[in-house]
Write a protein that binds this ligand. Structure first.
Ligand code: SAH
Ligand code: DHB
Ligand code: MG
Length: 219
């Protein structure tokens, strides 16, 4: 019941603050038709990512976990014409669907979808062109490794966001779940890392009870 109410509030915010958007909606429809799981960020979360990127004037954005390109489209739209989004995806089929969606949405010129295990792709990215915003949303056991590798690709003032840090409260109730272990290790890593300052927020909405970690690179 609570979930229905949360979803209703998300829909209201979507209608009042976001409005209809063909490219975003087509991205979700095409992704579902291609058999991808329906686990993209919600519209209000996508808009939050878009606003965060614009607030910091992001010119280079890194995403870990592309799926069908829904969050990538929100992020790509935050970029200036010469900006760049690099998004990392393990599954070639997901990457192919994402590329088609981003092409249809008119942002393909700003986006590079890199196929392969994210940790290998991260190690292959040059450190001399830092990313202003990083969104980590791939396999959850990988969170600590992705955060550490991405941190090396940032500068003071960069912002890192990690999705799904609450998982219906399983972070408290199921500490041995491998996905939860990835989040708990991430929290330890962030707490011990003097170069970042962070918080995490629980969220409810169309995706149930979950949350986001937001970190600022300070040094
Ligand atoms: N950010 C997307 C959702 C990503 S879902 C959105 O909100 O629209 C998580 C994605 O991470 C899936 O597409 C999955 O294939 C990918 N993934 C899982 N393990 C990965 C890995 N080791 N490296 C890169 N991507 C991975
Ligand atoms: C799952 C993954 C996600 O990135 C998400 O936003 C929701 C659920 C999952 O693997 O279940
Ligand atoms: Mg997610």
């Amino acid at each position: 019941m609570a979930d229905d109410l949360w979803a209703g509030v998300d829909r209201l915010f979507g209608e009042r603050l976001l409005g209809p958007d063909d490219a975003l909606e087509q991205t979700l429809v095409a992704s579902l038709e291609a058999g991808l799981p329906g686990i993209a960020v919600s519209p209000v979360q996508g808009k939050l990512l878009n606003l965060l990127a614009r607030m910091v004037g992001a010119r280079r954005i890194l995403e870990v976990g592309t799926l069908g390109g829904y969050s990538a489209l929100w992020l790509a739209r935050a970029l200036p014409p010469q900006g760049r989004l690099v998004t990392l995806e393990l599954d070639p089929h997901h990457a192919e669907v994402a590329r088609a969606n981003l092409e249809r949405a008119g942002v393909a010129d700003r986006v590079e979808v890199v196929v392969g295990p994210a940790i290998e792709s991260l190690r292959g990215l040059p450190g001399d062109q830092p990313f202003d915003v990083v969104f980590i949303d791939a396999d959850k056991p990988g969170n600590p490794a992705y955060f550490a590798a991405a941190l090396r690709l940032t500068r003071p003032g960069s912002v890192l966001v990690v999705d799904n840090v609450v998982r219906q409260g399983r972070i408290v109730t199921h500490p041995d779940d491998p996905a939860v272990v990835g989040v708990l290790e991430l929290l330890d890593l962030v707490a011990a890392e003097p170069r970042v300052d962070a918080t995490a927020l629980q969220t409810v909405g169309t995706k149930g009870h979950d949350g986001l970690l937001v970190a600022l690179v300070t040094a």
